[in-house]
Design a protein around this ligand. Structure first.
Ligand code: NAI
Length: 325
């Protein structure tokens, strides 16, 4: 099937090579000024920072597109109501490797705790002092996992193997504790729930104030789960002890690009990057060989299924009902 891929990178084009579908790769993201590229393509395939709002969807529909294949598990970037009303089928890759994101989450925790980013910079300068590098044993600590689905469950399992007590906040689970209790009792809080209107700014000033002084917050979920300005205030006051982010509220115009030659326009991100106890990666949690291969094979299956029967498979389809759950 003729499919227009948006926001593609060299590493993705390689894993999709040799498919039976007639794929055209565009580097540009999909937005209201690039929808004309998709005209005549029954399917478009997008990534996390392509914004499929109502205006974009209307333009796609006018160009003959009927199928939206998401190369991601998250679907917060698609207006599902507009998609349903305009008659689109939407499919995602619900689970390509929870281990990839879970392991990146643990990497951020370990790196921040033992200050590996600072130690590495120091030893390269032949500064072998330990001052400022003091960490703690994870063994015996309490980890708060917000959202214990596929990724959160793997994080919990790994942290239990470290000898941690794991508290889980997830309305779908019987052993869930309240978010308040989790924040008050955890040494590390890590976010793995989807972004939806209900979880937007789940962590704001009030929730940060509830966290233990000196504790760590990790967000590898979605940027909008956390109020970035509230993070700045908590870091400046010294209350939040460490922050690891793989996602950022305003990442759409920043991540997956080399902006090293231009002045950074985002003042909140620029300030976040000045703290020694903050570690930011640019949405690379999914970026392992295994995950990329799984994303490619599931996406190609989604295209084949739509071509075969005009619908997304039940397991991979994204419908409005999921937004409400
Ligand atoms: P999942 O659907 O298996 O699990 C999500 C869990 O969150 C569910 O158990 C659900 O009950 C729970 N949940 C929903 N609302 C909640 C709330 N208000 N408070 C606490 N828990 C809540 O999803 P999965 O595969 O574990 O992925 C989680 C998220 O991770 C995705 O939605 C996506 O945003 C993000 N992600 C990030 C990646 C990265 O590269 N950094 C890659 C893949 C996913």
């Amino acid at each position: 099937m003729k499919t227009a891929f948006f926001s593609t990178h060299k590493w993705e084009r390689e894993v999709f090579a040799g498919s039976n579908h007639e794929i055209v790769f565009f580097e540009t993201s999909l937005n209201s000024s690039t929808t004309s590229l998709a005209a005549g393509y029954p399917a478009v395939c997008v990534f996390v920072n392509d914004k499929l709002d109502e205006a974009v969807l209307r333009a796609l529909q006018a160009g003959g597109t009927r199928f939206l294949a998401l190369r991601s598990a998250g679907f917060n970037h698609v207006d599902l109501k507009a998609a349903r009303d305009l008659g689109f089928e939407v499919a995602r890759v619900p689970a390509y490797s929870p281990h990839s994101v879970a392991e990146h989450t643990i990497a951020l925790m370990l790196c921040l705790n033992r200050k590996l980013h600072r130690a590495h910079a120091r030893t390269r300068e032949h500064n072998f002092l330990l001052d400022g590098l003091l960490g703690f044993d994870f063994h015996g600590r309490t980890i708060g996992v917000v959202g214990a689905g596929k990724i959160g469950a793997v994080v919990s399992q790994i942290m239990r193997a470290f000898g941690c007590q794991v508290l889980v906040c997830d309305p779908a689970l019987p052993d869930s504790v309240s978010l308040e209790r989790l924040l008050e009792q955890s040494d590390v809080v890590t976010l793995h729930c989807p972004l939806s209107p209900a979880t937007h700014h789940l962590i704001g000033a009030e929730q940060l104030a509830r966290m233990k002084p000196g504790s760590m917050l990790i967000n590898t979920g979605r940027g909008g789960l956390v109020d970035s300005r509230a993070l700045l205030a908590s870091l400046k006051s010294g209350h939040l002890g460490a922050l690891g982010l793989d996602v950022y509220e305003e990442e759409e115009s920043l991540f997956f690009r080399d902006l090293s030659d231009s002045p950074l326009q985002d003042d909140v991100l620029a300030r976040l990057l000045t703290f020694p106890n903050v570690l930011i990666t640019a949405h690379q949690g999914f970026f392992t060989t295994e995950a990329l291969q799984n994303i490619a094979s599931a996406t190609l299956e989604n295209l084949t299924e739509f071509e075969r029967c005009g619908r997304a498979s039940e397991a991979n389809s994204v419908r409005l009902v999921e937004v409400r759950s």
